[in-house]
Design a protein around this ligand. Structure first.
Ligand code: ADP
Ligand code: ZN
Length: 318
């Protein structure tokens, strides 16, 4: 699963990326987070990025592409990732495409988060994050109103506000988004990768909309079944082909024995020739029902020429 989350600053990409990480087990790759970490560690790259970040400008492509290349090359990104905050301009989008084409791993989808500017201002001004685990909270949301300390960490560290989440820088960031990032909407639409969601409303609602537009994984992760109970196909509210669970064992055994005896008697009355014929017919019926051998599945006929639409979805499982 390789996807890009596209949207203005404060549109909720980071929050939703964390949800996808939990659901699909692929890492979130946020250039903003990677750059902030470089700044915090005082690396040469961080020192170069800091001025641009503090003023709400984009960091130089060369720096961003360097960190992306390194990050996507790490082992945990082999099965996919959620790109958040990258690409942010045409040059980055093209560099990403070339990078992925080189290794034969194209993107599966690009999701655009639609949010109006009033809501963006509210979200950014209320945004706080945990310096330890990175969880994002919002002091304006009902569930986390006035929150000051992390609920996820045992030590409950005080939440911090990003230095670039101030009014002046936010205005600049929005202008940069309009000018440099917005054109990527058309770019990805033309590539047939774009999906758009309404990113307003409760976090859970947005997550549901997001998941609904993503190509579904080939083999969805089965929720763990409670031990000791087998999944039984239900037909009309009853378990198909099974004795009621609660029936005492002895009674069930007795009934089965009686039934077997009755069948034996009935069969004895019928001439052997007829029995053999019935058995052969039943076997033939079974064979017709299962033409693909043991699996019981019908052979899938592939449309000639173009790759089937589901090819993208199939790549997900890897
Ligand atoms: P937001 O999306 O809320 O603006 P981010 O955490 O994604 O915040 O980014 C914060 C800052 O980091 C940006 O304003 C920019 O300076 C820098 N940055 C992040 N990603 C990129 C990128 N792909 N290219 C250039 N600069 C970036
Ligand atoms: Zn925390």
């Amino acid at each position: 699963m390789r996807i890009v989350l596209l949207g203005a600053p404060g549109s909720g990409k980071g929050t939703q990326a964390q949800r996808l990480v939990a659901r699909y087990g692929v890492p979130q790759v946020s250039t903003g987070d990677l750059l902030r970490s470089a700044v915090a560690r005082g690396t040469p790259l961080g020192l170069r990025a800091k001025a641009a970040m503090d003023s709400g400008q984009l960091v130089a492509d060369e720096i961003v592409l360097g960190i992306i290349r390194e990050r996507l090359g790490q082992a945990d990104a082999a099965a996919g990732y959620v790109l958040d905050g990258f690409p942010r301009n045409q040059a980055q989008a093209q560099a990403l495409a070339a990078m992925l084409q080189g290794i034969g791993q194209p993107l599966d989808a690009v999701v655009l988060f639609n949010v109006d500017y009033t809501e963006i201002a509210r979200r950014i001004s209320g945004r706080r994050s945990c310096p330890s685990c990175g969880t994002i909270y919002n002091v304006h949301d009902a569930a986390t109103a006035g929150i000051t300390h992390c609920r996820n960490c045992a030590a409950a560290p005080a939440l911090t506000q990003r230095p670039d989440d101030n009014e002046q820088t936010v205005t600049r960031r929005l202008a940069v988004y309009e000018e440099q990032t917005r054109p990527l909407i058309d770019y990805y639409r033309q590539l047939g990768l774009l999906r758009t969601i309404d990113a307003q409303g409760a976090v859970d609602e947005v997550t549901a909309r997001l998941i609904a537009v993503l190509p579904q994984p080939a083999q969805p992760a089965q929720p763990a079944r409670p031990r000791g109970r087998k999944a039984v196909r239900r037909v009309g509210g009853k378990a198909a082909g099974k004795a009621p669970r609660k029936a005492p064992r002895k009674a069930v055994k007795r009934r089965a024995a009686v039934k077997r005896k009755a069948v034996r008697k009935a069969v004895q009355k019928v001439p052997r020739k007829v029995v053999r014929k019935v058995v052969r017919k039943a076997a033939a019926r079974k064979a017709v029902r299962r033409p693909a051998g043991k699996s019981g599945r019908r052979p899938v006929r592939k449309p000639a020429g173009k790759t089937p639409k589901t090819a993208r979805a199939r790549r997900w499982g890897r």
